[in-house]
Write a protein that binds this ligand. Structure first.
Ligand SMILES: Cc1cc2nc3c(=O)[nH]c(=O)nc-3n(C[C@H](O)[C@H](O)[C@H](O)COP(=O)(O)OP(=O)(O)OC[C@H]3O[C@@H](n4cnc5c(N)ncnc54)[C@H](O)[C@@H]3O)c2cc1C
Length: 436
């Protein structure tokens, strides 16, 4: 396998969705686990760093090469190897696009629930490495809840594999979960054994408009304490609605400060009953249930992130998560920060699990605005941690959140992480400088 050093290819693999750039020394395109191993051993022998790369849709600079790095792109390893419907699992290569996997297993009457909004371009390997989530996480969980086994090429070039298709295993140390969310810092995922679930019989969807943002936050925490869980519960604040309106038609009244998107699924009768309960709850807030076309609304929801660029040239996109009972306090706190600094802060996201995309809109080329935005970002994190929340619910830490890690993680933990990494990657060649 050749290391591609062509200038245009190196350029094409120099960035991710943050827009950060770093030119790699070259790019490998392995087609098998043996070739991945070859790439790692080559880098080890030449004292080069390894940056694993899936779809390059990451939001924290995880696949952006630092100096002296080689990108290992998994895009040519994109086969769904075995849909095992009897054991309700599937074995995939890391470069499989998430939406393609979902379409494949649907033909078997099965569902792979994790559904990041980038699902048409991100890969399963990237999802494993970032522990990706999506709207369905509120009921079905995140990628970690589906990873039953992995094959990984470690920083030493050794292959770790734990792919038994069993429901229970208590043999050896349970190392597999350590790789999930490790952002390519321990090894390269080359095969994944994923759990599947039955496709629900039916689903019902509602778009609900609230006069006050805090009421929407409060209603969400009430929904989450009901005796059933919605299969999606998303929030859009007024600025996200305005932005997305420029690109997608979405009927929301002018008076609404926030809308929530709720979906319930299951058996026909159960779904009807859940819808009645939700209508009763929303009526307490005098919220309005809108007539809406589900597909259009989801398309609008997925378009929010890119559409924000119409407000300001740069967005600092954070994905903080708070306990759902503190959601209303968090939204209020972020609004106060926005008012204090005079900077638009747009909030939307997977509110049912307390995961809010807080977008601080700024201009990197304007030093005054940029300085203000960095201060506002730090305050958003401080509020989040004070409410018992975490710096990231799904995007990870990568490069962009590293400066803030100390707000949450004590240095004794960082030391422990480094010692653990050394067991998998003693020469520190796997994506160093990212995550911690
Ligand atoms: C419009 C948009 C919407 C998004 N919505 C969501 C969302 O709803 N939920 C969510 O969780 N994220 C979301 N994201 C972020 C992003 O899509 C996820 O983090 C995704 O999991 C990244 O997958 P990828 O294949 O693009 O990985 P990349 O960006 O290529 O890499 C991400 C990280 O994973 C590592 N990596 C990649 N492949 C491997 C591998 N095989 N082995 C080891 N390490 C590897 C990389 O080194 C890097 O650290 C969104 C991004 C965009 C642009």
């Amino acid at each position: 396998m050749k290391l591609i050093k062509d200038e245009a290819i190196r350029e094409a693999y120099s960035y991710d969705a943050t827009g950060m750039r770093g030119l790699p020394e070259g790019v490998f395109f392995p087609k098998s686990v043996e070739e991945v191993k070859e790439a790692v051993l080559y880098c080890r022998s030449k004292d080069l760093k390894v940056v694993p790369r899936g779809g390059g849709t990451g939001f924290v600079g995880g696949s952006v090469p630092l100096k002296g790095s080689v990108v290992v792109s998994l895009e040519k390893m994109r086969n769904v190897l075995d849909v095992d419907d009897k054991n309700m699992v599937v074995v995939v290569e890391p470069g499989v696009i998430t939406a393609e996997l979902q379409r494949t297993v649907k033909k078997f009457g099965l569902m792979y629930p994790p559904d990041p909004s980038s699902l048409e371009s991100c890969t399963i390997g990237g999802n494993v490495a970032t522990n990706a989530g999506g709207p369905r996480a509120v009921k079905y969980g995140v990628t970690a809840d589906y990873v039953k086994g992995l094959e990984v090429v470690l920083g030493t070039g050794e292959i770790y594999s734990n792919m038994a298709r069993v429901k229970k295993k208590v043999v050896g140390l349970n190392i597999t979960p350590v790789f999930v969310g490790s952002e390519g810092t321990l090894g390269i995922v080359t095969k994944v054994l994923l759990k599947l679930v039955p496709l629900p019989e039916t689903a019902s969807f509602m778009l609900v408009a609230f006069k006050k943002l805090e009421d929407a936050g409060d209603a969400i925490s009430k929904v989450m304490s009901l005796s059933f869980s919605p299969s999606a519960l998303e929030i859009m604040d007024i600025t996200s609605i305005r932005c997305v309106r420029k690109y997608k038609s979405i009927d929301v009244p002018e008076w609404a400060e926030a809308v929530i998107l709720v979906e319930v699924d299951g058996f026909e009768e159960g779904v009807k009953r859940q819808v009645d309960v939700l209508k009763g709850l929303f009526a307490e807030y005098k919220a309005e249930i809108m007539e809406s076309e589900e597909e259009k609304v989801w398309a609008a929801r997925r378009a929010i992130s890119p559409s924000l660029m119409s407000i300001a040239p740069t967005k600092i996109n954070e994905d903080v998560t708070v306990p759902v009972s503190r959601l209303a306090d968090a939204l209020k706190g972020y609004r106060t920060v926005s008012e204090r600094y005079g900077i638009p802060i747009v909030c939307f996201g997977h509110a049912g699990d307390g995961n809010i995309h807080v977008n601080i809109m700024t201009d990197k080329d304007d030093p005054v605005m940029w300085e203000k935005a960095l201060k506002a970002t730090k305050e958003v994190f401080i509020i989040t941690v004070a409410l018992g929340g975490v710096l990231s619910g799904e995007h990870g830490i990568g490069l962009t959140k590293r400066p803030y890690l100390g707000l949450q993680v004590p240095s004794s933990h960082l030391d422990l992480y480094r010692r653990l990494k050394a067991a998998f990657d003693p020469d520190n060649i796997m994506n160093p400088g990212k995550k911690f």
